[in-house]
Design a protein around this ligand. Structure first.
Ligand code: UDX
Length: 433
């Protein structure tokens, strides 16, 4: 099939590259010219395992094209995936101006059937706004079109795998014609395909992300209780997780959820409910608990070290999760900022996210960046772990201990087993155990 993907961010790029990999002819529209240049040269502007390899394959077989020209993209095919940004407004609601633009421009140029598909996360009933926009700008009311919702559930760091092997595919459609297109598109996928109306599909996405965020805030509160009572959060999570109704996934306690989705989607869902006259207080609490996690972590560091002023502290991990260079809404940002205000001298290391972090926290004024985890800990009086990269799990802790001025670890991600680290002679402060 010929497919157009508007938006070259995480979702758009993965969608375009994966559909091309599956044999479709894909054009990705990305408005930033420098990004398009990079993409045409086979280089990904984001770090995502496996993405560049698949890009090379499809670029060389000419199944994947990039353009800055929205009109060219919209004329390229009849099936248009809308993967543009839906940034958060100050009141928590989503700014949908980019979605509106795609709907409007498509309507203006279409002369025959088009299927407009929302893949970006949008508030329930956005499809109605898209339809209204198309009706307003379309050349003739006789030209047929459909609007569908096909939310994407991929995670950063495992985007390709998640896209190609999803747990389920959700498709909200209103016509047989649109349904048939999706059946053809996803015929080789080995997972349940749930056909719904568009509003239901839109809601499934926000409800899923908010539910997962709720699991994380829940377990983080239980972790606090474990710290007070001497219980072990990992065993609590295991004990809960074996219950199929609960499940073990997303019960890892830590320093809170970050990234481009959960913080924004929870706030947006609260706002959506509000717009319909409902107070989703449960989610307000999920959000509040999460916002406090970095503060609780810094309090713990201060409790352990008494004062951090002028102390050299190493920080391992800046990305909001492993296997990505993304630092959007990463808890590390708040934590580093608070520690700097307390007068700490920080030596930061992350395998992929340092360049992005430098844009927010340039070198100097209490901040330095290390070339590897070991140089970060040299003569440090504490090591703080903020992202659970494999590299840290495998680190030579004997060497780390030898390099540190004081062998002390405050681990925000429960990377190690407490007995093992303590047996090596570290003071070790994990989360909730
Ligand atoms: C999320 C959803 O998982 C995905 O389905 C959706 O499409 C986009 O949003 P992503 O933000 O890429 O994906 O990462 P995810 O793996 O879900 O992690 C989000 C945050 O939650 C990270 O900061 C992570 O560290 C944190 N987290 C996750 C926990 O603190 N504990 C957990 O048990 C799981």
């Amino acid at each position: 099939m010929k497919l157009t993907v508007v938006g070259g961010g995480y979702v758009g790029l993965t969608t375009g590259v994966c559909f091309a990999h599956l044999g479709h002819e894909v054009m990705v529209v990305e408005k930033i010219p420098q990004k398009v240049e990079l993409l045409r040269a086979g280089r990904s502007p984001i770090y995502e395992p496996g993405l560049e390899e698949l890009m090379h394959e499809s670029l060389s077989s000419n199944r994947l094209k990039f353009t800055t020209n929205l009109k060219e993209g919209l004329e390229f095919s009849d099936v248009i995936f809308i993967c543009v940004g839906t940034p958060q407004r100050p009141d928590g609601s989503a700014d949908l101006s980019q979605v509106e633009e795609v709907a409007r421009e498509t309507a203006k140029l279409m002369t025959s059937y088009k299927l407009l598909i929302e893949k970006s996360t949008v508030p329930v009933n956005t499809h109605q706004l898209i339809k209204k926009t198309v009706q307003r700008y379309i050349k003739s009311p006789d030209i047929p079109y459909d609007v569908a919702s096909n939310p994407e559930f991929l995670r950063e760091g495992s985007a390709i795998e998640d896209f190609l092997k999803p747990d389920r595919i959700v498709v909200g459609v209103e016509s047989e014609r649109a349904k048939k297109i999706f059946e053809e598109l996803y015929k080789d996928f080995n997972c349940p395909i749930i056909f719904t109306d568009p509003a239901t599909a839109e809601l499934i996405k926000h409800a899923s992300n908010s539910f997962l965020a709720m699991k994380i805030s829940f377990i983080n509160m239980v972790a606090d209780l474990c710290e007070k009572t001497g219980a072990d959060i990992k065993l609590v999570a295991d004990g809960m997780g074996y219950d199929k109704r609960i499940g073990r996934d997303f019960l890892n306690a830590g320093i809170g959820y970050g990234g481009s989705c959960f913080p924004k989607d929870v706030k947006a869902f609260i706002r959506i409910a509000q717009d319909y006259g409902l107070d989703f207080g449960l989610l307000r609490e999920v959000d509040r608990i999460n916002q406090e996690r970095p503060i609780r972590f810094v309090e713990k560091v201060k409790r352990v070290l008494w004062s951090v002023k002028d102390k050299k502290l190493a920080v391992w991990g800046l990305a909001f999760k492993p296997n990505t260079d993304d630092i959007r809404e990463a808890p590390s940002i708040k934590i580093v900022d608070m520690l700097l205000r307390e007068g700490a001298k920080l030596s930061l290391y992350d395998p992929k996210a340092m360049e992005n972090f430098k844009l927010l926290f340039p070198e100097g004024k209490g901040i330095s960046y290390a070339k590897d985890p070991y140089s970060a800990v040299e003569s440090a009086e504490g090591l703080l772990i903020l992202t659970e990269w494999q590299e840290f799990k495998r680190a030579d802790l004997g060497r780390v201990k030898g390099l540190m001025a004081l062998p002390l670890i405050v681990d925000g991600r429960n990377v190690y087993e407490p007995e093992e680290v303590r047996a090596l002679g570290f003071e070790y402060y994990p989360v909730g155990r």
